[in-house]
Design a protein around this ligand. Structure first.
Ligand SMILES: Cc1cc2nc3c(=O)[nH]c(=O)nc-3n(C[C@H](O)[C@H](O)[C@H](O)COP(=O)(O)O)c2cc1C
Length: 177
């Protein structure tokens, strides 16, 4: 596995974006993997070269237990609140011993003058922890708290996924050839 996409999602929008990013990456990197944050490894595989992390922006940044609880209530879901989000996963993630590229994205509502981005928060943590974060933190837009995504965002996510593979130095294959 040379690349891994890890995502968190309360209503499914970030999951759809993550899947599209992953599909884009797989066009050139067939063994790229996709994991929900709850099942993502705390120790990255030694051959990993690119880590992509995506999360919904909640309360101006990465989610916390309280915002996930809030989201769950709004979704009308009765199941237990997920104990871990990207913020907690990054805290537990072992720092890489060799260079690993990283990129981050979030979903959020496009509201003028409302600051805050989970992707920027995750980007800062990854940079501090020694990852190479050469791509800018990226946002994909939803129309409301529960979504849906704006038209065209999944296509944009797929293209972004394709472009991320160029961060890798070695040869990459093509799944479509
Ligand atoms: C508790 C809570 C707080 C939120 N705070 C923000 C915010 O500060 N800025 C923003 O743009 N969107 C905010 N949102 C909207 C989320 O970004 C939106 O629910 C998310 O992008 C949907 O992705 P998901 O379906 O993967 O959960 C908030 C949503 C919830 C539930």
């Amino acid at each position: 596995m040379r690349a891994l996409v890890v995502y968190e999602s309360s209503f499914g929008n970030t999951e759809r974006v993550a899947r599209a990013v992953w599909e884009g990456m797989r066009q050139r990197l067939p063994d790229a993997a996709l994991r929900d944050v709850g099942s993502a490894p705390r120790r990255l595989p030694p051959e990993l070269e690119l880590l992509v992390v995506g999360a919904p922006t909640q309360a101006f940044g990465m989610s916390r237990p309280r915002t996930r609880e809030d989201a769950q209530r709004q979704a009308g879901v009765d199941s237990p609140v997920p104990g871990i989000g990207v913020r907690e996963w990054l805290r537990e993630l072992e720092h890489p011993e060799r260079p690993v590229h990283a990129a981050t994205f979030d979903t959020r509502i496009h509201t003028p003058h409302v600051p805050g981005s989970a992707a920027v928060g995750a980007w800062r943590v990854l940079r501090r922890d020694g990852f190479h974060v050469s791509a800018e933190a990226e946002s994909f837009w939803v129309l409301g708290i529960r979504g849906p995504l704006r038209d065209g965002e999944l296509d944009r996510a797929r293209s972004w996924g394709v472009s991320l593979v160029s961060l890798l130095s070695g040869p990459v294959g093509s799944a479509t050839r």
